[in-house]
Structures are given as C-alpha cells and as structure tokens.
Design a protein around this ligand. Structure first.
Ligand code: ATP
Ligand code: MG
Length: 255
C-alpha cells in the first residue's frame, strides 16, 4: 500500500534538547490514523514538525513520496498538509464564512476557485452555510469543530492533522465529530488525529499509534490495539472497552 505520510527516525525539539527521539511511523493513503499517549509524549510536537512549525534535528518526513522536512510551512501547506491545532483556532469576532475563507488564503487571488471550494466545504458541513453570517464565537464547541474542519479543507489537502478534536465535547456531539471526520476521509483525505480519548480516537481510526516519551511504542490496526490488554494496563489505567467503537449510539454510551 502507498504511504501518504512517513516519519523516519525523526528527531526534533524546541532548543532545550530533543522531544522527539527517533520517531518512526507510517500512514497509508486513505487511512485514518490516531496517535495516543500521555501528556507530554510529543504528539503535538509530531504535528508541529510535519507542518514545518518546528525545525527538525534529524531523520526525515515524507508526504506522498516527497521529503517535506526542509520546506517552509507555507510550502508544506502547498504540498497538501493542513493542520487543525489543539486549541480553538477560530477568530471569535469574525463570521463563520470569514473564518472558513481564511483557510483559502493561498488561493485568494483565484476567486472562482475560492468560491467553488467554499461551496464544497459548506456542502460537507452544513453548519457553515446555516451559520455563515454568525460570529464564530457564538457557536457551540461541536459547531466550531466543523467550521475548523471546513477551513482546513479549503486548500483541498491530501493530509489533515487534527489535534484532539474530541476535547471538551459531550457524547452526542462527539458522535457528530466522529461523523465529520469520517466524511472528511470519504472525500479522499488521509487523516491523522491525536487523541487523549482513546476510545473515541481508536473508534474512528483504522490505524493506532501509541507514543511515550518522544517515541512510538506501538503501531497496529486501531481495533487490535483497543483489544490489547497490555496497552490498557500500561498507559490508560485499566482495560479499554472496545464497545462503542462500532456505532454512534454505543459510542455515546461509553465516551
Ligand atoms: N513551545 C515549546 N517550547 C518548549 N518545550 C515545549 C514546547 N511545546 C511543548 N514542549 C515540550 O515538549 C514535550 C512534548 O509536548 P507536546 O505538546 O508535543 O506533548 P503532547 O503529547 O501533545 O501532550 P498533551 O497531551 O498534553 O497535548 C513536553 O515536555 C513539552 O513541555
Ligand atoms: Mg498535545
């Protein structure tokens, strides 16, 4: 199978030594992969390195066959990588439409293309059209997530990085966000998400990745990892129920 994202022996940090210490991981084209691990494991740092927000110290990052680790973050965006950051990244005083259009800044001079893309993402996430003129700050947490996803899709990326999309959401809304991630994937996007909520993350993902202390400890099909008692005992304080991964109602029960 073709790999859309490959990290090979990646070392990166923030100046005070390496945070990522030889990370190897592979994500197949069309997959949904989920990275889990304790606070400070380096999950968001992986995303920052892939997005070019952090200079790497060693190893390589390959997207769709091309090395991107020495490109600027703008060129990495052009190469097809979009990131939805961990904290709420919408501008609360701008409208939903204005926020979504900002995602198209690199194509802003191609006005008909911007319009076409906006219509596409608004069709995928109806809240964009329904609340287009409302200030983003007035949306609920789940609605904000959809708008963030829509904005990330404006440049038609190959790879979408979602940092903790489940944070702060109640079970019903989680089921909607899960569907929104599946929708994104069905339009051909390869998705990598980082999650604290293991059941949510591995429930939506095809591939699971476990990180600890700047390294990848395990990578396997998400379903297999959910059933792996060793993982539950090692990192997440007990057995992880596999119930709820299969369908929305069940998911709402366990998350
Ligand atoms: N801007 C920064 N400058 C210096 N150190 C940082 C910076 N951002 C993160 N770190 C450190 O890098 C390590 C990994 O952080 P990272 O944010 O990647 O963890 P994480 O796995 O995403 O954790 P969380 O689950 O809390 O989001 C931590 O020790 C953190 O303190
Ligand atoms: Mg993080």
């Amino acid at each position: 199978m073709r790999k859309l994202l490959e990290l090979r022996d990646l070392t990166a940090g923030y100046g005070g030594g390496a945070v990522l210490r030889g990370v190897d991981l592979k994500v197949e084209t069309g997959a949904i992969a989920c990275i889990v691990g304790p606070n400070g494991a380096g999950k968001s740092t992986v995303f920052r390195a892939v997005s070019g927000l952090l200079e790497i110290m060693g190893g390589s990052i390959v997207v769709d066959g091309d090395r991107i680790d020495h490109l600027s973050s703008a060129d990495i965006t052009r190469a097809g990588v979009a990131q939805v950051p961990q904290s709420n990244g919408l501008f609360p005083t701008l409208t939903v439409k204005e926020n979504v259009l900002m995602g198209g800044y690199l194509i802003r001079r191609q006005r008909s293309l911007v319009k076409e893309r906006y219509e596409q993402v608004a069709s995928l996430y109806p809240v964009v059209r329904e609340r287009a003129r409302d200030k983003a700050g007035n949306l609920s947490g789940g609605q904000r997530r959809m708008v963030e996803f829509a904005r990330a899709l404006m440049l038609d990326p190959k790879l979408v990085l979602l940092d903790e999309p489940s944070v702060g959401l109640d079970p019903i809304v989680l089921a909607q966000v899960r569907n929104a991630i599946l929708t994104m994937n069905q339009t051909g996007k390869t998705v990598v998400l980082v999650e604290q909520n293991v059941r949510f993350g591995f429930g939506v993902a095809t591939e699971g990745i476990v990180m600890e202390s700047g390294r990848v400890l395990m990578q396997a099909p998400a379903k297999e990892l959910l059933e792996n008692p060793e993982m539950g005992q090692l990192f997440f304080g007990g057995v992880i129920e596999t119930k709820g991964a299969a369908d929305e109602d069940e998911l709402a029960d366990v998350c």
